[in-house]
Design a protein around this ligand. Structure first.
Ligand SMILES: [Zn+2]
Length: 182
């Protein structure tokens, strides 16, 4: 039971975040319930007992107060793939994450920075072919400009990519706005 996790929804019953999926340990979820910060939405069959009370272990909880995010997205390889819709920004083909690489549009060896505006998803053949050249030199224009995405846009993209290993009680809250993928 120690490995059980609780899906955390915002007050609108959408996950707080899709990637990484917003999860708490069940102990944190029970603490938040006792502090009346969250509503219980779904439970596991497991029960925890204190001397006087017993609780079903929560599998889904929802915050009582809506949380908004105005921060900037983390600059990670996975978030670059999300922004670029898992497609090579040179040939346009889609890939699974493990088949993608990331490419410095202006090569690093020529002063290109590792930042949102200069790093894009690329398949290995395109990456190798482009090598140490700019898109103009290689005649490989970008499909779309590389820009820093909003957290909201990344969340929308992540919603289309189901994580593995989700509990069945979470499914109703994960993919309600897209075709069911599982
Ligand atoms: Zn490609």
């Amino acid at each position: 039971m120690n490995g059980l996790q609780t899906l955390v929804l915002n007050a609108d019953y959408r996950p707080l975040s899709y990637h990484p999926l917003s999860l708490w340990t069940w102990k944190d979820a029970i603490s938040a319930l006792l502090l009346e910060r969250v509503n219980l939405v779904e439970s596991y069959d497991s029960v925890v007992r204190s001397p006087s009370v017993e609780y079903k272990v929560p599998s889904v909880v929802a915050l009582k107060r809506y949380v908004t995010f105005n921060g900037r997205p983390a600059f990670t390889r996975y978030n670059i793939y999300l922004r670029d819709d898992f497609s090579c920004q040179y040939c346009g083909d889609r890939f699974v994450a493990k088949e993608l690489t990331f490419d410095h549009v202006m090569p690093r060896s020529r002063g290109g920075l590792t930042e949102w505006s200069n790093v894009v998803a690329a398949c290995s053949p395109c990456n190798l072919y482009k090598a140490n050249r700019t898109p103009i030199e290689a005649d490989m224009p970008l499909i779309q400009d590389a820009l820093e995405p909003s957290v909201r846009r990344l969340n929308q993209a992540a919603r289309r990519v189901p994580p593995s290993d989700v509990h069945h009680s979470w499914l109703d809250y994960l993919y309600w706005d897209s075709e069911l993928l599982l």
